[in-house]
Design a protein around this ligand. Structure first.
Ligand code: SAM
Length: 220
C-alpha cells in the first residue's frame, strides 16, 4: 500500500506545510493558550470522559482537554493533515500527554455510533464547503451519546456590525461566507441537535457554539 493511500481525501482545505508555523501564527493573531483555555471554560470536562477533537491541528486544545479528563478519560484528535498529526503526536510524546491523534476526516468518522461524551472543534468549520459542514455535523451527532455535547469555536457572525467593514470581501469565499453569515447554528439544528446556543465570543468574531444531542435520541 502506498503511503498516500493512508491520507484521507477531503474537499476541506487541509493545512500541510503550514503545520510547523501554525502555533506561532496563532499567537501572532491573538489565538494563543488563553484562547484555548477560554474555549474549554465553555464546557464541563470531567475525569473519565470520552472526547473527540475534530480538525485538531497541532493538538494544543486536545492536550489541554486531556489534562482535564485525566488518565481515566480518553481523547482523540483527528485531522487529514499528516504534517499536523505527526507534529501533534511528537508534542504529546514530549509533554507526556495522554491525547491520541489520528489521520481522519469529519465527513467519515471511523467511530461507532454513540461513542463520545463530548465533541470539540476549534477553527475548523471555515475550512469546509457547506455540504461537508452539514455531513460533518451529522457525523458528530451520530458518534455522540444521547445527551452528549458539541462545543465549537470558529469564525462566525460577528457580535458587532462594525466587523463587516473588514469582513465583506470574505463573502465571496463560500467556506467562510456561511460561517460569517451565522449559518453554523442552523446547520446544528438541521443535524438534529437541540439547545443550540452561541455562548460567547473571542474578539467579538470567533463564536463559541454549544449544542446537545437529545437525551432520548432514537438509535441511528
Ligand atoms: C485552522 S486549523 C485549526 C487547528 C486547531 N483545531 C486549532 O484550534 O488551532 C483547521 C484544521 O482543520 C483541518 N481540516 C481540513 N479539512 C478537514 C476535514 N475534512 N476534517 C477534519 N479536519 C479538517 C485542517 O487540516 C487544519 O489542521
Amino acid at each position: 500500500m502506498e503511503k498516500s493511500d493512508l491520507i484521507p481525501k477531503t474537499k476541506g482545505s487541509v493545512l500541510k506545510w503550514q503545520a510547523h508555523i501554525y502555533d506561532f501564527e496563532c499567537t501572532l493573531v491573538g489565538l494563543s493558550s488563553s484562547f484555548r483555555q477560554v474555549t474549554l471554560n465553555y464546557v464541563q470536562l470531567n475525569a473519565g470522559m470520552k472526547v473527540l477533537d475534530i480538525g485538531c491541528g497541532t493538538g494544543v486544545l486536545t492536550r489541554l482537554a486531556a489534562e482535564k479528563i485525566g488518565d481515566t478519560g480518553e481523547i482523540i484528535g483527528i485531522d487529514p493533515s499528516p504534517q499536523m498529526i505527526s507534529l501533534a503526536q511528537k508534542k504529546s510524546l514530549q509533554l507526556q500527554s495522554t491525547a491520541k491523534f489520528k489521520l481522519e476526516v469529519i465527513e467519515n468518522l471511523p467511530f461507532p455510533d454513540r461513542s463520545f461524551d463530548l465533541v470539540l472543534s476549534s477553527l475548523m468549520f471555515h475550512h469546509l464547503p457547506t455540504d461537508l459542514k452539514l455531513k460533518g455535523l451529522q457525523e458528530i451527532y451520530r458518534v455522540l451519546r444521547p445527551d452528549g455535547r458539541f462545543l465549537g469555536a470558529d469564525i462566525g457572525k460577528p457580535k458587532y456590525s462594525l466587523w463587516w467593514l473588514v469582513l465583506w470581501p470574505y463573502l465571496i469565499i463560500p467556506n467562510i461566507a456561511t460561517n460569517i453569515k451565522g449559518e453554523i447554528p442552523n446547520y446544528l439544528n438541521q443535524a438534529g441537535f437541540e439547545k443550540t446556543e452561541t455562548l460567547g465570543y473571542w474578539f467579538s468574531l470567533i463564536n463559541f457554539w454549544s449544542a446537545k444531542k437529545p437525551a432520548f435520541a432514537p438509535k441511528n
